[in-house]
Write a protein that binds this ligand. Structure first.
Ligand SMILES: N[C@@H](CCC(=O)N[C@@H](CS)C(=O)NCC(=O)O)C(=O)O
Length: 193
């Protein structure tokens, strides 16, 4: 297989997803950190869409969506991934359609004109109720299931925006799960890349 190259941005939650998936699958790769304010021409030529992450998997094959990268890594994986959470497709849909838009408004209220704090809190809580319920029946593991890996970088963002929010809203299971993976070897390796 050709050397895998991931164009990444260290703090980007979508890029963290891709790096977690590559590392968990034990797929050797090189990282090229992209300055989002000054994207290099060779990156823009490979992916005119101009977002990170981008994984180059062959001379003609470029994956420029983080979910496609995760799926590709699972298909090529040298490790066996844990069984996924129940209702994984629904979780992924709710994450992208409801939680992430609400989280962006929670983090950057000044960037939006349609801010309603109660609605934002309710949308975040609806998603966190679902993930907390799913995680409650899951035994702690060194490796993440696909849905956990997809969700994790965004729960981390919420925690960075407000470290007491999860505790304040009674999401102890989610908080323990977050702490577990924040201190994991996998996550720390990925953030050191
Ligand atoms: N749908 C994309 C979203 C990726 C995305 O939005 N990445 C952001 C960084 S977190 C980006 O590259 N934005 C372009 C820019 O800032 O110029 C995916 O899942 O890969």
């Amino acid at each position: 297989m050709k050397q895998l190259t991931l164009f990444s941005f260290r703090r980007c939650p979508y890029a963290i997803r891709a790096r977690l998936a590559l590392c968990q699958s034990q797929l050797p790769h090189v990282i090229e950190e992209i300055d989002l304010k000054s994207k290099p021409t060779h990156f823009l030529t490979l992916s005119p869409k101009a977002t990170v992450p981008v994984l180059v998997v062959g001379d003609q094959t470029v994956l420029d969506e983080s979910l496609d990268i995760v799926n590709w890594c699972i298909a090529q994986s040298h490790t066996s991934w844990p069984e996924d959470l129940p209702q994984a497709d629904n979780l992924c849909y709710e994450l992208h359609e409801k939680f992430i838009p609400a989280l962006n408004r929670f983090k950057y209220p000044n960037r939006y004109t349609d801010i309603d704090t109660d609605t934002i809190q309710r949308q975040m809580q609806q998603f966190l109720d679902t993930i907390q319920h799913s995680l409650s029946s899951r035994t702690s593991s060194e490796l993440m299931s696909k849905s956990e890996l997809i969700v994790f970088p965004f729960i981390r963002q919420l925690h960075i925006a407000d470290a007491s929010w999860l505790a304040h809203h009674q999401y102890a299971v989610v908080e323990q799960w977050l702490d577990h993976y924040l201190s994991s070897t996998l996550f720390n390796r990925v953030m050191a890349q």
